[in-house]
Design a protein around this ligand. Structure first.
Ligand code: GCO
Ligand code: MG
Length: 407
């Protein structure tokens, strides 16, 4: 029996801001089935809205939603101008919505379409952060109380205004909270002195079992990253993330030569080409690419398969600015992918969860998905309409001498 043709009859972009901006693509078919995909690019949301509305949606109408791969290739090759965060987030939103539709038509959850369960629960990590070392240790204790088995720790640093990763509240971290970029100051020397003390304290307070992660957030040179990795070896981190900007993938060779601290990178990558050399030369241990920013499930699967050849595991980005539609799709991917490492899980606010009803839930350090056909996430359009878009941008960082640096 030939499979059902599901003709795309309409598609629209829904922008909503329940505490922060989210961009969602909704694709409807002549089968009365629709799918949704996350298209949120933090601080550049309206660029993706325009890309979808002007250049993608007109090309979708009339196509068979079941032809996921062909539509992916059409949008990637057909644009002529390949790659980039805006293009690949737009393609990702289409791809995610099409996998959602395919699952609904088949009556199957997406993980079944990918190859079935490789695990019952998806190991996640939460974000403990504090104004200083002892406050951060108290927050790690709180996250352990909540059942997390893996915790990222970020601390304020004396004399460093607005150190990365230290939120204003204790549960949510939303850095894009000003119309124009907030200026923060960065001091590498203070950071390199302070960070080993943070993890020494965390191991003293919480023992060796809990998995500890840290995000350097692109701030060091390769040699400084090597120095930090070396100084953190006694504290056996699960990973040191984004230790240096990765446009030059070769740079990681220098870090690798000097330290056995596991390396993770890739949340800002948008295609396999951004990480091909890092993976093939085993310069990293975890690849952080995501459903929403790396071309959707279709492309993320290609990256994971390449990574599996070199024993590199997945560790997808999962910050608050990736919507529940991305998290839902990511969890189906994480439930299937054989070389799974860990999934970031920065909680969404209750308002966000209300706008995006979903069937995943947290327990005992894992996120578990249900068997709802598709990816299990929906959008309440009426509620979404109550939260109009608010222009926001991510911060920037300057060194103490005023040099513009990596935020
Ligand atoms: C992470 C990320 C975030 C980013 C944010 C940018 O590891 O979760 O580094 O904190 O800064 O997603 O929009
Ligand atoms: Mg990060």
């Amino acid at each position: 029996m030939s499979s059902v043709v599901a003709k795309i009859v309409s598609a629209k972009v829904i922008v909503t801001c329940p505490g922060r901006n989210f961009v969602t693509l909704k694709i409807e078919t002549d089968q009365g089935v629709y799918g949704i995909g996350d298209a949120t690019l933090n601080g550049r949301e309206l660029s993706v809205v325009a890309y979808l509305e002007e250049h993608v949606i007109p090309n979708l109408i009339g196509k068979d939603a079941q032809r996921i791969e062909d539509i992916w290739q059409f949008l990637y090759r057909g644009a002529y101008w390949r790659r980039g965060p805006v293009t690949m987030s737009a393609i990702a939103a289409v791809d995610t919505a099409l996998w959602d539709i395919k699952g609904k038509i088949a009556g199957l959850p997406v993980y079944q379409l990918l190859g079935g369960r490789s695990r019952d629960g998806v190991l996640v990590y939460g974000h403990a952060n504090g104004s200083d070392i002892s406050h951060t240790s108290e927050e790690v204790a709180r996250y352990k109380e909540m059942g997390y088995r893996a915790i990222r720790a970020q601390s304020g640093i004396p004399g460093v205004k607005g150190a990365y990763g230290v939120g204003r509240g204790s549960m949510y971290y939303e850095p894009a909270d000003s119309t124009l970029p907030e200026e923060t100051v960065w001091n590498t020397r203070s950071y390199l002195n302070y960070t080993p003390k943070l993890f020494e304290k965390l191991r003293l307070d919480h023992g060796d079992e809990i998995e500890l992660l840290h995000d350097v957030h692109h701030r060091l040179t390769p040699l400084e990253a090597a120095q930090l990795g070396k100084s953190l070896e006694p504290y056996k981190l699960f990973w040191m993330e984004d230790s240096t900007p990765a446009e030059n993938q070769e740079a990681f060779k220098l870090i690798r030569q000097h330290t056995t601290t596991p390396l993770a990178v890739g949340e800002i990558f948008n295609t396999i080409w951004d990480c091909k050399d890092l993976i093939q030369n085993q310069l990293i241990d975890y690849i952080r690419t995501t459903v929403v920013h790396a071309g959707g499930i279709t492309h993320l699967r290609r990256i994971a398969d390449l990574a599996s050849l070199y024993q590199v595991r997945t560790g997808s980005h999962g910050a608050t600015d990736l919507s529940p539609a991305c998290m839902g799709a990511a969890l189906h991917f994480d439930t299937w992918v054989p070389n799974f490492g860990i999934q970031e899980y920065m909680r969404h606010t209750p308002e966000t969860d209300e706008v995006f009803p979903h069937d995943y839930s947290f327990a005992d350090g894992y996120l578990k998905i249900g068997d709802t056909p598709g990816h299990g996430v929906d959008i309440d359009e009426k509620l979404a309409a109550k939260y109009p878009y608010e222009p926001k941008q991510l911060p920037i960082a300057r060194l103490t001498d005023g040099t513009l640096w990596n935020w």
